[in-house]
Unconditional design. Structure first.
Lengths: 54, 376
């Protein structure tokens, strides 16, 4: 990977890449969260079974 | 006889700190005193400001060895510089945080990225002012409004700037209730501020247990540079959500968090000696930090407004500013501003979603910055 130039153009470049990638990745996390409720079809955990410590 | 007494007195004086005091020490002692005042009288982040302010006062008394190599504050600083303390803070934060509001409304995670424009505004302006790109990256991350992450990224990119960056980050986080509301009101209409949001669904225990495991896998896979912080955040959260290790959860979120907070605050305060802190560079960093917070708040609100163009069920744009992170202060500000507009509005739970997403937004931005700048 070519190094980012240490000048104002480099600062713009790094900012644009970072801002766009942040949206892409956090959208990915959003998609995972959106499908997370699917796990409830397979297993239900009752809080009462867990409480009380070990 | 008098001469002998005077020279003896002079020799004694030179052994004390008095002979080495200069205006800078007085100025920094004043800064430390103001921090303690804000913590005690105004209740601004007292858990942070008391330790920082006190250490700031002490290290500015010439002759104090606490921050010198081998001194207790120096060991506290080593805990920060070796990046032991920030992940432990995150462990504790994870143990006291309910990620339910974020899991319940996944579309709001976008606000966690949208509210971070301030990072890049500060980064670009820092470069314009003549900082190196690594220094500019560290300054920019102040806009992530996440103390441990700001410290972590700074220690990787520009460790010599730890003092002004951490002070700016924590000070502005404490000042959120003053900085954010005018910007939020300026960018929203009365009708928008009155939008009532639907109640969130209940998140199951299983979802809450799986969530930290999945996030830890994703972060370690894609963002190794910031993985130590987020991994510990998720471990703390797993302790909390499995319910069966309540002793570990209570310790991580209670005693341990309190202990590392003491270490962290005295470490930050101990870097605030007049000789290193009082410079034009510090003034520039503090100003850039403020800009980062202003632009982050504004971009969060604007992102929420843009989302409303596409959403069938509208969201109250006041929760957008909470995406800046600074958990839970920014969420509380969203709630208070909405509540002042309409006492029937109760936004805190809704605002916690983007607020928690903001932690990930800062981690992602920081991770990408570290990767692009080649930091190990």
């Amino acid at each position: 990977m070519a190094p980012i130039p240490d000048n104002v153009e480099g600062a713009f470049l790094i900012s644009i890449i970072d801002f766009i990638l942040s949206f892409v990745i956090i959208s990915g996390i959003g998609v995972i969260l959106a499908i997370l409720p699917v796990v409830n079809r397979f297993w239900v955990i009752d809080d009462k079974d867990l409480k009380g410590g070990h | 006889m008098l001469d002998q007494l005077l020279s003896l007195f002079d020799a004694l004086l030179k052994q004390t700190g008095l002979a080495h005091l200069y205006w800078g020490n007085f100025a920094m002692i004043g800064v430390g005193a103001v921090m303690i005042y804000l913590a005690v009288a105004k209740k601004c982040e007292p858990f942070l400001l008391i330790g920082i302010g006190f250490a700031c006062i002490v290290v500015n008394i010439p002759g104090s060895d606490l921050a010198q190599p081998g001194g207790l504050f120096d060991y506290a600083y080593k805990g920060v510089s070796l990046l032991i303390v920030p992940p432990l803070i995150f462990l504790g934060v994870g143990a006291i945080t309910d990620f339910g509001p974020m899991i319940a409304n996944p579309k709001l995670v976008l606000l966690g990225a949208g509210a971070h424009l301030g990072i890049f505004v500060a980064l670009i302006l820092a470069k314009v002012l003549g900082f190196s790109l690594s220094e500019a990256g560290a300054i920019g991350i102040i806009g992530g409004a996440d103390g441990p992450m700001a410290i972590f990224v700074t220690m990787k990119l520009a460790p010599h700037l730890l003092s002004p960056i951490s002070v700016a980050a924590y000070s502005y986080m404490a000042l959120m209730p003053i900085i954010q509301p005018p910007i939020m009101r300026l960018l929203t209409t009365k009708a928008e501020r009155n939008i009532q949001m639907a109640q969130l669904r209940k998140v199951s225990r299983l979802e809450k247990i799986i969530f930290p495991v999945i996030i830890a896998i994703i972060v370690n896979l894609f963002f190794p540079p910031v993985a130590p912080l987020v991994t510990m955040l998720m471990l703390g959260n797993l302790f909390r959500e499995v319910l069966i290790v309540d002793r570990l959860s209570d310790t991580a979120g209670g005693t341990l968090l309190n202990l590392v907070t003491i270490v962290l605050t005295v470490a930050i305060g101990s870097t605030m000696s007049a000789k290193t802190f009082l410079s034009m560079q510090t003034v520039e960093i503090v100003a850039l930090g403020l800009l980062a917070f202003v632009f982050g708040t504004a971009s969060g609100v604007v992102t929420a407004k843009i989302m409303n163009l596409f959403l069938k069920t509208k969201i109250n744009p006041l929760i957008g500013s909470a995406g800046i992170a600074s958990v839970p202060i920014a969420a509380r500000v969203s709630h208070i501003v909405a509540n002042q507009e309409n006492p029937k509005l109760f936004l805190i739970y809704h605002a916690m979603g983007p607020n928690l997403a903001g932690v990930f937004g800062t981690a992602i931005s920081g991770g990408i910055l570290l990767a692009l700048l080649g930091a190990k």
